[in-house]
Design a protein around this ligand. Sequence first.
Ligand code: NAD
Length: 458
Amino acid sequence: MHVPALDRAGVIGVAACLRAAQPAWAARSVEERAAVLLEWADRIVAEGSAIAAAEAVDMGISRDRPPIAQIAAGSIRGWCASAPSVIAAARVSGASSTMPGVRYQAELVPYALVGAITPWNMPLMMSLIDIVPALLAGSAVMVKPSEIAPRFIAPLQNTIAAVPALAEVLAYITGDGATGAAIVDEVDVICFTGSIATGKRVAARAAERMVPAYLELGGKDPAIVAASADVEHAAARVLAGATANTGQLCFSIERVYVDAAIYPDFMAALRNLAETVPLAHPQPDSTGLGPFISAEQGRIVERQIADAVAKGARVESGGDLLNLDGGLYMRPTILSGVTHDMAVVQEETFGPVIPVMSFDTIDEAVARANDSEFGLSAAVFAGTEDEAAAIARRLHAGTISLQDTCLNLARSRDVASNPFGNSGLGATRSGPMAITRFMRSVAILAPAERPTKLTHSH
Ligand code: NAD
């Protein structure tokens, strides 16, 4: 689908309109801003089937799975419920602990214009994840979803137009990398979700402009399975975590380290389960594995498997790129004999591929899990949650699921998560900071009592 790309002049024009409207938006109370966003959430639900149908076409997934508009609306409502207390908690005041004669208070000033640039996977949710907290903070927002999955933008724009107070301060714009680069040049804060390569370019430009860049980038998530783990359960959850959305999630499981003592049992369980996973063809259904987003993505995965096999890996299950009526599919693909010099361990795969390696000691498992430029998230399975947690504390990852995989979305408003390595940079989108990172805190200081005379002496 071709969508028009807004050029630099267009971006500058949209930015000017948003900046003009932002002071009135910031002057509203947070409760008033939340009321506007709650109205928007209802409109999104009302437009749900059109949005879901658009995503289904772009992503090659069933339009009934998951109920994307309801999930999005639920997330907006949750942030609206949290925002007043989060902002109140940040508005601190009191007597200075270092200069007891001085009183302080924090004045919270939202950044006027926030930009968000988002990727093609989970396009609606990714486009909302930073902008809802930014709007609640009092910023105006321009967001550019990926040019690869843009169909949802048109129905979403209907929902924004239906809420005039929101339409003044929120603009969805279409375009490619050049449009994205123009956005980075215009905003006061940039939120970027996407690949490490593009994230580095965005961060470099933001640094030149001295504006904050909040980056959420790729992952190569490891799962560690200790000898004491429930093998069947671990295999089932690893399979689910590696194949959801055909592996095209930033927090997919992409590497598995299994204690040598249970390696044969784990592999047998994983193979048995993998062979029961149907392909979502000819009709996308609610349980099958869907096609890759693009032929290019399928070829990347195929190349990584070929590289692994050339270096000595064995395909235990799946492995072939299947062209079914023009869509490229792959069954869950299990690899053994994998080593860390292979692209399938070094690079993000974004496919339903599960390289499984064995280890002899937990020290070795931790060292290998941490041997990566990525550090987005991870998973640990062990006999008890305490044992799993002890391993988790040694991992370089921002979010770690115990006895399960991919619990990442549960963080939401409750707990912050800072990725390690090249997987991210800057204040995070989860926990209370998700909102407060869009506000400067200005420290207003005054003597507790008015000085009566000049006190300096020499
Ligand atoms: P991408 O980096 O190719 O593109 C992301 C966005 O950046 C797109 O909107 C694109 O148009 C824009 N862009 C391209 N060049 C630009 C430039 N020079 N300046 C500004 N913007 C530019 O990523 P993608 O292929 O769309 O998405 C997949 C990647 O996103 C994977 O690495 C995945 O792990 C990551 N991701 C991360 C998270 C997370 O929360 N950490 C979530 C989803 C996806």
